[in-house]
Design a protein around this ligand. Structure first.
Ligand SMILES: Cc1cc2nc3c(=O)[nH]c(=O)nc-3n(C[C@H](O)[C@H](O)[C@H](O)COP(=O)(O)OP(=O)(O)OC[C@H]3O[C@@H](n4cnc5c(N)ncnc54)[C@H](O)[C@@H]3O)c2cc1C
Length: 440
């Protein structure tokens, strides 16, 4: 094989595989390098893949033996204090229409499946003999000449290309080497995710969560779940398992000197969670860094001469309270990066001027539009009033509202006032309501 490619992609996660699919379909000659034994071997996600971009990559993916676990058909947001859990719960048949709003995934299975679809696209392309998905190879560094990226080095081997797409995930050492992000990423721009996959008999799981026809539940948690550390909790249903975990602000965790797994164990022991996990067997533990979705963490330029950055390597992620969106952002940015590369191979122009079109299109897409529109919500979520005060007020109110005593019952408004006064003040809650109305 001639070792010069149109494009080299570093990383066989969702961003890298999405880019590869577009390049294969456009008959480009490319090399994708993944350090894991197989695509997905090293990847962690909560994880719900939101949105409809998967349909763009694998049309009617639900018609085949696809790599997802369940279609999201039931959503729940829970506010917790130490003894109670108060949920907003939404179940609707409208969710069950393809292309679905969200599917739960286990990355080892999903990424491997997506890689197999990319391989099919390569096999059908005119560059089938010259394109390759290479696993178990670590890219050590970028090759550069006069400030332009010309290829990559992996161990003793060097590979050259017109352009490199960096889709290496949040630990973006090569992106920093390319000078697109400062070497030091502040701790408040990253969080640590800890997660367990808990096996449950499929029938028990479906009965317990009232699931039918391959539908599943997503449940996010705010409050006691994180023991006061910035972040939140999640529980998602897979085919025969649950994904349960926490995303915890790295800086706050360090300052509070708490250990992620101690917090996860407390979360799992909360009565509301323990009942959902009962009888399950821990199959997997994992921990992974994840971006907080602060726009300040996104490099100013996602392109340079001969290089583009996609997915979480570019800190593209949004967690504004409704959902964590990292995988769909990785997918869309991978697609847009590859489309820009295809145009550059047509015009033979791989300069930063030509590749800037990638960032322009990303700016026009929902990815950057939403990140900009919901930055206030991202910061609000990290405010202690959301993590501690509000869940305490809501749970306290829930205890009054749902308790029937053999004595005169207070009016609902009086119960609410009492709960606010116990944990906060009317002024603080009004300020919160205004901020929420402005930012959510
Ligand atoms: C606990 C947790 C929960 C989450 N929940 C959700 C969720 O519910 N929904 C959602 O949308 N997002 C979620 N996310 C975020 C989501 O997982 C990421 O945003 C997404 O995986 C980013 O995809 P990516 O392709 O950019 O990077 P990754 O998936 O990290 O892929 C990067 C790939 O590059 C490879 N790589 C890195 N460096 C090299 C190298 N030098 N050489 C070769 N290969 C290399 C890695 O092995 C990896 O396969 C969650 C994250 C965590 C940690």
């Amino acid at each position: 094989m001639d070792e010069r490619f149109d494009c080299i992609i570093v990383g066989g996660g969702i961003a890298g595989l999405s880019a590869a699919m577009i390049l294969a379909r456009a008959n480009r000659k490319f090399l994708l390098i993944e350090r894991g034994e197989f695509c997905g071997a090293k990847n962690v996600s909560g994880g719900v893949l939101w949105g409809a971009d998967l349909q763009r990559l694998v049309p009617e993916y639900w018609e085949q033996e696809a790599g997802y676990e369940r279609v999201v058909g039931h959503r729940r947001l829970t506010f917790m204090d130490e003894q109670s859990a108060f949920s907003l719960d939404f179940k609707s048949d409208h969710f069950n229409q393809p292309p679905f709003a969200g599917v739960t995934v286990l990355r080892a299975r999903f990424d491997e499946w997506l890689a197999s679809r990319v391989q099919e696209a390569i096999d059908q392309s005119t560059a089938a003999d010259e394109s390759l998905l290479a696993t178990n190879v670590l890219v050590d560094s970028l090759l550069m000449e006069d400030g332009r990226v010309t290829g990559i080095r992996a161990g003793e081997e060097e590979f050259f290309s017109d352009v490199v797409i960096l889709a290496e995930g949040v630990n973006n050492l090569l992106t920093r080497q390319a000078g697109l992000q400062p070497a030091y990423v502040p701790a408040d721009h990253v969080a640590v995710g800890v997660k367990e996959v808990i096996g449950l008999d499929q029938k028990v799981l479906e009965d317990r969560f009232q699931l039918r026809d391959g539908l599943g539940l997503t449940n996010e948690f705010v409050g006691y779940a994180t023991r006061g550390v910035e972040g939140g909790g999640f529980l998602y249903t897979n085919r025969e398992s649950l994904s349960v975990g926490l995303v915890l602000g790295m800086k706050d965790l360090g300052e509070k000197k708490l250990k992620p797994y101690d917090i996860l164990n407390d979360f799992k022991a909360h009565p509301a969670i323990a009942d959902m996990l009962a009888g399950g067997e821990v199959l997997e533990y994992s921990a992974h860094v994840v971006s907080t979705g602060d726009l300040a963490g996104v490099p100013d330029k996602l392109y340079g001469d001969g290089v583009l950055v996609a997915g979480e390597a570019a800190h593209l992620l949004l967690n504004a309270g409704r959902a964590i969106q990292g995988m769909d952002y990785a997918m869309r940015s991978g697609i847009l990066a590859a489309e820009a590369v295809v145009e550059s191979t047509d015009s033979k122009d791989f300069s930063r001027g030509a590749l800037a079109r990638y960032q322009e299109r990303l700016e026009e897409s929902y990815v950057i539009k939403d990140m900009r529109a919901f930055q206030g919500a991202v910061h609000l979520l990290h405010d202690p009033v959301m993590g501690r005060t509000l869940p305490s007020v809501i749970c306290d109110f829930g205890r009054s509202y749902f308790t029937v005593e053999s004595k005169p019952t207070r009016k609902t408004a009086d119960m609410l006032k009492q709960s606010v006064r116990t944990h906060s003040s009317m002024w603080e809650m009004m300020k919160l309501a205004l901020r929420a109305a402005r930012n959510l």
